[in-house]
Ligand binder design. Structure first.
Ligand code: 6PG
Length: 257
């Protein structure tokens, strides 16, 4: 899979570029089959993108009625916790844009134990795609066992250890090849709480993936991945992302391409 990289001098310019990209792709998918399934990423980087999508330039233009929001991962905290990825998206975008509540499919990561939360979210995803299957582009590929849903666009970030979503280096979750959603108990990430994450099978079933990576502390890992994705895959989870469609990277790192 070939990475398609776009450099932006600042995070703000990257976020504006990402907003235009998301807007155009949403309109394209909704124009074709009335639906756009968008997986949000967490952490700090995408906040500006979410604020722009709910801001004056895009708020009234975004076809929110046809956009369904999902999450790539979530910390096992209540949805109003400052560490919650849903909470960040709610503050930055959901509370400001007129998104129909039925279009918001958050990970119920407050459910304990985390395995129950993971299974519950997998059922949310399954029910949604069964409900919309057949609307235009095949939203689910006929696998040997069960169709794997194909999200239209999956936003991902990357940590300086090369993790993405809540798939951390060396974690068993990386080897999950059946479940679409899994629990991660001792993530090395911050905050040190259990997490729920989409797994590689469903991420790689995605039509398009857009990584947004910001910060010089990620430059070396990013360069290593771009230089040799197959070699880097042994060490960095982000290098194992290989979607059906485009693998896009928007970044502000001074890397050599
Ligand atoms: C999370 C994210 C995680 C994030 C990276 C980058 O729950 O933290 O899903 O994968 O995208 O850690 O985080 P920053 O954007 O804050 O650098």
């Amino acid at each position: 899979m070939k990475w398609e990289t776009t450099y932006y001098p600042t995070l703000d310019e990257m976020s504006r570029g990402a907003a235009r990209f998301v807007y155009n792709l949403a309109r394209e998918h909704i124009g074709r089959h009335g639906l756009f399934t968008l997986v949000l990423s967490g952490g700090k980087t995408p906040r500006a993108l979410y604020e722009i999508l709910a801001g004056p330039e895009f708020q009234n233009a975004m076809p929110w009625r046809g956009i369904h929001l999902f999450w790539g991962d979530e910390r096992c905290v209540p949805p109003d916790d400052s560490e919650s990825n849903y909470h960040m998206a709610f503050q930055a975008m959901i509370s400001r844009a007129g998104i129909p509540p039925g279009n918001i499919h958050r990970i119920p990561a407050e459910i304990q134990p985390p395995e129950v939360a993971a299974n519950s979210y997998a059922q949310v995803v399954r029910d949604f795609f069964v409900r919309v299957e057949g609307r235009g582009r095949n939203h689910a590929r006929r696998g040997t066992t069960e169709s794997i849903p194909s999200f239209d666009l999956i936003l991902l970030g990357m940590g300086k250890d090369g993790h993405t979503a809540s798939l951390f280096p060396g974690d068993d979750a990386l080897d999950e090849d059946t479940s679409w959603v899994t629990a991660v108990h001792e993530p090395v990430g911050s905050p040190p709480v259990a997490r729920i994450t989409l797994t590689l099978p469903i991420i790689n079933e995605g039509q398009d993936v857009l990584f947004m990576v910001s910060g010089s502390d990620k430059r070396n890992v990013l360069q290593t991945i771009l230089d040799s994705p197959s070699k880097a895959a042994a060490r960095y989870p982000a290098a194992r992302v290989n979607p059906r469609g485009r693998l896009l990277l928007f970044h502000d790192c001074e890397i050599l391409r």
